[in-house]
Write a protein that binds this ligand. Structure first.
Ligand SMILES: Cc1cc2nc3c(=O)[nH]c(=O)nc-3n(C[C@H](O)[C@H](O)[C@H](O)COP(=O)(O)O)c2cc1C
Length: 138
């Protein structure tokens, strides 16, 4: 199944597939699959940890570059991550390098990433994080 899906997704550009996958995950969550995903991916035995006064539900975090603009925090939480490092966020929005700028190396099971720090800028991301925090607290 995974192989079939991967072969299909590899017909499209890696950057398009990144956003398509995350938006599909968001849609699934909105359609009520959130609980099922959480039960599949969130570790049954979370081992909380504290680093520099910050508390994390588990020790698996996602590095920066995947969710540059903090758009998919709820979806990434459903996949079980105990932390998401957003960004890189720059003081002003920037478009990054011209496309194509993300390249698959299928034989090496790797990607070359020359995105050029495309992001919506600190003001937009700050507002999004504020909203997310309020939503979480309610
Ligand atoms: C502060 C900071 C900002 C980063 N920003 C980006 C980024 O915008 N894009 C990116 O591809 N990687 C970025 N990285 C690097 C990734 O988070 C990650 O370290 C890198 O992909 C290597 O992953 P690995 O250590 O799991 O191999 C950043 C790392 C740090 C510490």
């Amino acid at each position: 199944m995974y192989r079939l899906l991967r072969n299909f997704l590899f017909l499209f550009s890696p950057e398009w597939v990144h956003y398509f996958s995350m938006n599909s995950l968001r849609l699934l969550c909105r359609l009520g699959v959130r609980k099922i995903l959480r039960s599949m991916f969130v570790p049954k035995e979370n081992v909380p940890s504290e680093v520099l006064g910050l508390r994390f539900p588990n020790k698996v975090g996602l590095g920066a570059g995947f969710d540059k603009n903090a758009r998919y925090l709820r979806e990434l939480e459903c996949l079980g991550f105990g932390a998401v490092e957003i960004g890189t966020v720059t003081p002003l929005p920037q478009a990054g390098n011209d496309k194509p700028r993300l390249f698959r190396l299928p034989k090496d099971k790797a990607l070359i990433n020359r995105m050029g720090f495309n992001n919506e800028g600190v003001e937009v991301v700050r507002e999004r994080l504020k909203k997310w925090k309020i939503e979480r607290e309610n």
